[in-house]
Design a binder for this molecule. Sequence first.
Ligand SMILES: Cc1cc2nc3c(=O)[nH]c(=O)nc-3n(C[C@H](O)[C@H](O)[C@H](O)COP(=O)(O)OP(=O)(O)OC[C@H]3O[C@@H](n4cnc5c(N)ncnc54)[C@H](O)[C@@H]3O)c2cc1C
Length: 412
Amino acid sequence: MSESFDIAIVGSGLAGSALACAIIAGAAAQSTPLRIALIDARSLMGSLPACDEGINDFDSRVSALTVASQALLTDIGVWPAIAEQRISAFKKMQVWDGEGTGEVSFDAADVRAPVLGHIVENRVTVAALINHLKSSPYVHSFNDQAVAHLRLSENTTETSEIELEDGTVIHSQLVVAADGANSPLREMAGFQVREWDYEHDALVCTVAVEKSHQQTAWQRFTSYGPLAFLPLTVKNSDKHYCSIVWSQTRDQTAAAMAMDDADFCAALSQAFEHRLGRVECCSERNSFPLQQRHAVDYVKPGFALIADAAHSIHPLAGQGINLGFADVKALSECILAAHKRGQSVGDLAMLKRYQRQRKGDNLAMMAAVEGFKRLFAPIPLPLRWLRNAGMSGLQQQAKLKNRIIKYAMGII
Ligand SMILES: Cc1cc2nc3c(=O)[nH]c(=O)nc-3n(C[C@H](O)[C@H](O)[C@H](O)COP(=O)(O)OP(=O)(O)OC[C@H]3O[C@@H](n4cnc5c(N)ncnc54)[C@H](O)[C@@H]3O)c2cc1C
């Protein structure tokens, strides 16, 4: 079987499905539809999950979505469905040095914003995006189908060809790889990548805590790695829940994964200096290897990388998919402008415009996150004193702090 589309998006996770939504929303406004093939190796979710109020119902994968990401999701028409399901606003961030006295707090009120962002379970966001796409006659989903072969066109007069595992062949002017950090498509297309392994894993799970999380994202830094407690809000419940991201060496993570619930909760509570009291009711635990990757180029004729397929960063600043959504916004705008001009959506000059818009910003954020990560690597005592003095000094610098808040919110 062979089918033709304007655009083939491989990967219908957060980035790929958001890109499809952004393109159909823009093309509808131009009254000139673009046909999209949305391909995923997994089965797409049929409907929004009905979130109950139990801890076991939480997805342990959550993302801290910035105000900028919220704006994109609002523009493409999916934020109301996400907000209706389950989101947790956070208004403050509390960051401290677990091996010293340095401590900094950030508050949305300081920049006259109602919130710093929202913690949203990944499955809630993906399901809202996929549900939104279901009503579009211009998006055809290929589920449970990994890409077996890719043949890229040499120029924009030809189409590229994707062959799925079941033999289906898809022709399109543009192929977008949104297939995640290990991107098989990126490899098939022969992109060069700069990468290094942190030799750390991130352990994620959901816990109940004794004290109110105060709508605050908490993060304790140590030379082993950061530990984050992200606030979760459950309607009509007086329990306090948090989503945990605990980055440690591979051995430490393996040991934490192997503990029984009681030992794990005790270790977690201690690692968090008991700031929110007793930790209990652990959900299932999962762990992910942490690597920094950045593709040297994001585009070729008729081909583009977005989100984790183009760049993946340490989760300590909660910026991964926020950078991915910024890619989605930039690429969809470039595609729609080319389409309006009657240009091919695989045009290299147009795709390079997308790369120019995004690569510098992504690099800047990656460098900032890397700098922060290295600041907390094991360092001699005098440098640790300096680090503590620096954090305490920053706490007094209102202007600098406000700039950092706005940068993290994606609004400068
Ligand atoms: C512990 C942890 C915490 C994080 N916290 C945050 C946070 O707070 N804020 C934030 O912004 N980011 C965060 N991130 C990063 C964020 O999770 C990623 O940036 C995001 O999931 C990337 O989305 P994506 O759509 O690019 O890729 P993915 O979500 O990985 O989706 C890729 C899709 O491609 C499909 N696929 C793969 N291979 C193929 C193939 N061959 N053929 C067809 N389909 C294929 C997969 O099935 C999948 O559906 C965190 C990451 C980690 C590890």
